[in-house]
Each structure stands twice: as C-alpha cells, then as structure tokens.
Design a protein around this ligand. Structure first.
Ligand code: SF4
Length: 308
C-alpha cells in the first residue's frame, strides 16, 4: 500500500478512481470470503454464508444520531450511527445479541445506505459511525462512494470488535478517518471461551498497529470533536477476565502512550453470560478502579473514564 495515500482524504481517492478499485478488490474477497480472520472461504456472492451468517446483501438494524458515544465522537451534534446486522466475532455476553447473534435487521440496497449517510450528515452529525462493519466492507464502500459523489464530507468512523485482517484494513487506508476498535481480551483463553477466537489478542494487536499506522493518535478540532486517529475501547469484565493489564500494556508499549482509550464499566451478563460463573455479575467499583490504576501506572492518561 502506498503510504503517500496517508495524506489523501476520501474525496481525492474518489476523484482519482482509487476508491472504485478498492471496491472491486473488496468484492473479490467475498467470492472466497476472507474479509475477516475467520477466513471462511465461502462464496458470499452466490449466497453462501460463513461464521457471520451474512450473505451478499447489506443488512442494517438501525441508523440514528447517537449522543451516547465518547464525547469527541458524539460532540454536540451526535454521531451518525449505522448499526450493521450480524457480527464476525459474536461474543457470548454481547449486549447487542439480537443484532449480532440473532440477525435482527433489514436487507437494504447500497443506494439506501447512501441515503442514510446523507441524511445523517444533513441532521448535523459530526461523523458517520459504522458499528460492526467488518463483514460488509465491500457493500459499505459501494454505498459510501455514492454518498461521496453526492457530497458526503464528514469523517468516517470504523467502530469494530478489533478482530480484523490487516489486508482488509489496508483497503480502508485514506477512507476511514477514525478507527474505534474494541480491544476485548488480553489472553488466548478468554478469546476462545467467549468469542470462539483463541487468536483474538494476536490478531487484534496486528490490527491496532495497522490502524495506528494509517491514522495515528486521535486528533480533535477546536471544539473537541474527533477528526482523525485511533480511539480504543476496553470493556472491563468481572474477575479479571478481560486481561486488562495486558491490553493496556500493549497499547502503552507498542502503540502509543498518547492512545485515546475509553475504559467501559457497563458490563452486565447479557445473552449467554449467565452460563459462565465468572461472568455472571456486573463489575465492582474496585474492579473498575483497578483498571484506572493500571492505565495510570502505565502512563496512559488520555481518554475517557466512566463514572461507576
Ligand atoms: S466476513 Fe463472515 S464469511 Fe467472511 S470470513 Fe469473516 S466470518 Fe467468514
């Protein structure tokens, strides 16, 4: 990937024809699906489905102005959130399991996605926030390209689980302005037990490095609204199950001590979490405080903490 593209925004990619080439490459990946690290190898263009249960058609659960994201993302005008149906990680404690596991949502055309993006921009949203987009990248890029043609000019936020292929992320260079991944687990055991992804941490570490290479640390405008960069979310799990120290140590030592991190306290035992004794409660105030202490010890003081 040409690193000179770093300096181009998505409109330039659109005007040069590069965006169209990326869309073609992304659709090619659907024929033997390797969009994400699951590498199911199914032909989604022929209606076959893999782990994420998604076919060729785009599926969306909802879209709206969201005021509950981190302050630099929601700002005063809201974040233009589009929830994609299904998920390539499918954590067993997912709060959004009706969307991620059960597939609640509607099939829509790429033209309808274009309309959603433009309507969110018109409402005054600061960005287009794609929630769980990984398994629909080709279709999203197609709708996005039409939106750019019709005047879309706000940052694109890629709000994902962190379980991403570097090669797929490279298709997004110069297109995505803000990467907002989760970094869920710092151990192989947790990835395997709760998300059927024993390689989660290893894969997510490579993905974070690629995201940071593309966009750098989070930069805000004078109003405190995010313009470009990396924002990493970490949900603290009960009984140390998220491997919080390992997650934050990686960010401090291998990404940047200026990484903007969002430390989330809202865990509750949703969906199948009750089947796991160690996950079957909310976190305590002490557990959240321990996570705050770790980031302080590691010198990671940029980001957002929740009042527990
Ligand atoms: S996007 Fe879906 S079908 Fe494709 S590799 Fe990932 S889980 Fe499998």
């Amino acid at each position: 990937m040409d690193t000179a593209l770093d300096t181009l925004n998505y409109r330039k990619l659109y005007e040069s024809g590069e965006l169209e080439k990326r869309i073609e490459k992304a659709y090619k990946l659907l024929e033997n699906c390797s969009l994400c690290p699951r590498r199911c190898g199914v032909n989604r263009r022929k209606g076959e489905t893999g782990f994420c249960k998604s076919g060729e058609e785009l599926e969306v659960s909802s879209f709206h102005s969201h005021f509950g994201e981190e302050p630099p993302i929601s700002g005063y005008g809201g974040s233009g959130t589009i929830f994609l149906t299904h998920c390539n990680l499918r954590c067993l404690f997912c709060q959004n399991y009706p969307i991620s596991h059960l597939g609640n949502g509607n099939k829509i055309s790429t033209q309808e996605l274009t309309q959603m993006m433009l309507s969110l921009q018109k409402r005054g949203c600061h960005n287009i926030n794609l929630v769980t987009p990984t398994h629909f990248i080709p279709q999203i890029l197609s709708g996005f390209s039409q939106a750019v043609e019709r005047g879309l000019n706000i940052p694109l936020v890629y709000n994902c689980s962190g379980y991403e292929n570097v090669e797929t992320l490279q298709l997004l260079e110069g297109i995505v302005d803000i990467y907002m991944p989760d970094l869920k687990y710092g151990t192989r055991e947790a990835g395997e037990k709760y998300s059927s992804a024993p390689d989660y941490f290893e894969i997510a570490k490579k993905a974070m490095k690629e995201m940071h290479r593309q966009v750098g640390d989070l930069r805000l405008n004078k109003e405190g609204i995010a313009q470009r960069g990396l924002l990493v979310r970490h949900l603290v799990l009960p009984n140390g199950q998220a491997g919080t120290r390992r997650v934050f140590a990686f960010l401090a030592e291998e990404i940047s001590s200026h990484t903007y991190i969002s430390i989330m306290s809202q865990y509750f035992p949703a969906y199948k979490a009750q089947e796991f004794k160690e996950l079957n409660r909310r976190i305590t105030r002490q557990e959240y405080q321990q996570a705050l202490d770790i980031v302080k010890q590691l010198g990671l003081e940029r980001g957002w903490r929740q009042i527990n």
